[in-house]
Design a protein around this ligand. Structure first.
Ligand code: HEM
Length: 732
């Protein structure tokens, strides 16, 4: 055993590895600690995903980590990730991943080789089809209504834990859509209690049980030794009590589902699909004990992922009002935004989701042309790129040696695919640290070929391709890969061809396009000519099984997220409904953007009043752009201007001193105003009584009191001389 362990370590020694951080002063003890623990210390820190990103920048997209005696290989490069996760013969989840969560999920069939995993995955897939989701959309609408009611009960300036509310609503959605059971999660939401939930009797509160259970799972993923050595901690013992309570609740649900008997023909719920499954060897329906882990997995996998995704999106929009304005403009175009004319926007319908997020239905094709993605979908994607909730991705292993970017990786080595790093590395994205939803308005932005390395003909791409392949000249492994092209996407040679190793892609040479650019310039027989075969192989992969992705928040391949269509439907519809009615801002009491960690505390403000610019923002994104122009002299909102009228959306009569004025304003005809003369003769201050001409030909007079300073000192002229809102700082 010792000999084979040492051989294993030696075979991985050639892989680059970032230097582990030194702990404290450089003493013999600290060096011994670093030598023994390796990278374990940094990996158990809260923001370790950023450390992995830093390591990727230091040593490249494939590197080794030492965690005490164990070894892991981190892979961040899209082409390699693609080939590892899709169709790798014998690929399985690393057992370590599920050792942590299996006590919670009891018998979950984690292994890709388990007949149960295959049976369940295939059996429930129709439950996530568009047809099924369309049929169950009224459930989602019902939950959204209860969320809006909960927000309505809060005051306009209430601070609350939006993540907690959304976890509750997601729990309700999965319960209702999947299993026709109602947990009343949103009803149990109380903004004032920590975590937004019931405090008394919380041991019985399913939401509390699930969140407390997940908290311990997350801690154990950060530190797997917790279960073995820290079992005596009160918090660990409490968590294990919650795990048992969770299993009891899932057991009761499974028994209830089974009591319902054979499902009706048209029943497409997950419960119905699970009930229709039969054991392959006996033909009998699944027992309650086998149903429990499957039900548990849907709740555990679906709740915090979907809710954190929505919470991060709201958080990012709160930081980027310009993007929020664009989202609102598109909601407005669909009639989903509260405005002056439409204080109660209509409910979000199933078909709206496709319009808001064209990726939801794949590419939407209209009259033979692809419909360009819209901003709400782009915002969601950018949020999932910057802050993917499955930050640490997945760990996989192979039952045989593989070749990875020119290195032999022994069988059963833990290979760690790290989406956070792939999503945030400057190797694959321009300005990855910035929130730029526009990047996802470009069709195909998810693919590696669209990134810095993949720009066709880009010198950077070609150069990087050459450099990397030059580092891995035609080893037996890479040659094997090239020869093996034509198998499943060309990525895998059959083990028979290469007895010690099946060949995984040596496509470390940038993307297909990048590698091709490098290869085209290389003479045959030179080291770079390896790139030719690699790029051909990469191109074959792209052609045969889709292009490599640089954006994969739901993972990819046969073990990707089976619930992603439900997640997308839920978050797109919920966010559209929330943003149609509310602005969300970071709670000033919380630590501020830099202090936001796992729980995003946001405040909600009723849209449309209080701050002039917010109302303008809600009404027309292009106006915000104009206001941000530093060279702007003046922007005029007239009584009959659409944006100005939107100011009065949601204003109740009691807020207004001059109802007559508002009635007149709202009755105004749409039109623009031209400034006849904005400045006095010196050009230094506002003139009194500036004349303005409307497009309909009439003239208005602007008094100096009508002038409001907007962003960057630009002026906004309000052609109403009345005080409309008591005490409002913008009106006098
Ligand atoms: C935004 C929301 C979600 C995200 C980002 C997400 C992400 C993921 C990822 C990355 C995986 C692969 C994990 C791994 O390889 O270790 C996964 C697996 C899974 N997800 Fe999701 N998920 C989401 C929502 C959901 C929902 C709503 C459900 C079901 C109700 C669900 C059910 C599952 C299941 C059952 C698996 C395991 C699939 C298998 O191993 O065959 N997920 N999810």
């Amino acid at each position: 055993r010792v000999a084979s362990y040492l051989a294993f370590v030696r075979r991985l020694a050639a892989l680059p590895s970032p230097p582990p951080a030194a702990h404290g002063r450089c003493t013999l003890l600290s060096r011994l600690r670093t030598a023994l623990a390796g990278h374990a210390g940094e990996l158990t820190e809260g923001r370790h995903h950023r450390t992995v990103l830093r390591w990727d920048g230091l040593v490249g997209p494939v590197f080794r980590l030492n965690i005490f005696w164990a070894r892991a290989v981190v892979v961040t490069q899209p082409e390699l990730v693609h080939q590892l996760l899709r169709g790798g013969a014998g690929m399985d989840k690393a057992q370590l991943t599920y050792q942590v969560i299996n006590p919670l999920l009891s018998l979950f069939s984690a292994s890709s080789h388990s007949p149960y995993w295959r049976l369940v995955r295939k059996g429930v897939a129709p439950g996530f089809s568009m047809r099924s989701l369309r049929a169950s959309f009224p459930h989602i609408q019902g939950v959204i209504t209860s969320v809006l009611e909960a927000l309505g009960r809060l005051g306009p300036d209430a601070a609350f834990d939006v993540d907690s509310l959304l976890m509750r609503s997601t729990m309700d959605v999965i319960g209702r859509v999947g299993f026709e059971c109602s947990f009343g999660g949103v009803q149990g939401f109380h903004a004032t209690s920590p975590g937004g939930g019931a405090q008394q009797g919380e041991e019985d509160d399913i939401f509390h049980i699930i969140t407390a259970s997940l908290e311990e799972v997350n801690r154990r993923w950060g530190n797997p030794l917790r279960a073995r050595f820290l079992w005596w901690l009160p918090e660990v013992r409490a968590a294990e009590r919650h795990w048992r309570a969770f299993q009891r609740r899932m057991h009761a649900l499974a028994a209830d589902i089974q009591r319902r008997g054979q499902p009706a023909a048209g029943d497409e719920s997950l419960a119905a699909h699970l009930l229709r499954l039969r054991y392959p060897h006996t033909g009998q329906p699944l027992s309650v004990d086998r149903l429990v882990p499957e039900l548990s997995t849907f709740f555990v996998a679906g709740i915090d992922t979907t809710a954190h995704t929505m919470a991060w999106t709201l958080y990012l929009l709160a930081q980027h009002p310009e993007a929020e304005a664009q989202v609102c403009a598109e909601l407005d175009a669909l009639g989903l935004l509260a405005t002056a004319e439409r204080p109660e926007p209509r409910a979000v319908e199933f078909d709206d989701v496709g319009r808001l997020s064209s990726s939801f239905f794949g590419a939407v094709i209209k009259c033979g042309q692809a419909v360009p993605p819209l901003m709400p979908g782009a915002v969601n994607k950018e949020s999932m790129r910057l802050l993917p909730v499955d930050t640490d991705g997945t760990a996989i292993e192979f039952p045989h040696d593989i070749q990875l970017a020119g290195h032999t990786i022994p069988a059963y080595t833990m290979i760690w695919v790290h989406p956070f790093t792939t999503h945030n590395s400057p190797r694959y994205w321009e300005q990855p640290e910035l929130f730029l939803p526009e990047r996802f308005l470009q069709p195909g932005a998810e693919y590696a070929a669209a990134g810095p390395q993949g720009r066709a003909g880009g010198s950077d791409a070609g150069q990087k391709g050459r450099q990397h392949t030059a580092e891995v000249p035609g080893s037996a492994a890479t040659a094997g890969t090239a020869d093996g092209g034509g198998g499943s996407g060309g990525a895998w040679a059959s083990p028979a061809r290469s007895p010690t190793s099946s060949a995984v892609a040596g496509a470390a040479a940038g993307t297909a396009a990048g590698a091709a650019a490098g290869a085209a310039a290389a003479a045959p027989g030179s080291p770079a000519s390896t790139a030719t075969s690699i790029s051909r192989q990469a191109a074959a992969v792209a052609g045969a099984s889709g292009q490599p992705l640089r954006f994969f928040p739901f993972s990819q391949g046969p073990r990707d997220c089976i619930g992603q269509s439900l997640a997308k439907l839920n978050y797109t519809a919920t966010l559209a409904a929330l943003l149609g009615l509310y602005n969300f801002r970071l709670d000033p009491q919380s630590a501020g953007p830099d202090g936001v960690r796992e729980v995003v505390k946001l405040t909600e403000e009723k849209k449309g009043f209080g701050i002039l610019l917010e109302a303008v923002l809600a009404a027309n994104a292009s106006i915000v752009e104009t206001l941000s122009n530093p060279y702007l002299v003046a922007t005029v909102f007239a009584p009959d201007d659409h944006a100005f009228r939107a100011l009065f959306k949601d204003v109740t009569k009691k807020d207004l001193r001059e109802q007559q004025v508002v009635q007149t304003l709202l009755a105004g005809k749409p039109g623009e105003l031209k400034i006849l003369k904005a400045w006095d003769s010196e050009g230094s201050s506002w003139a009194h009584n500036v004349g303005l001409e409307t497009t309909s030909g009439s003239t208005s007079l602007v008094k100096v009191t009508d002038v409001i300073v907007g962003l960057n000192g630009a002026a906004v002229i309000q052609i109403v001389s009345h005080v409309l809102i008591p005490g409002d700082k913008f009106f006098n």
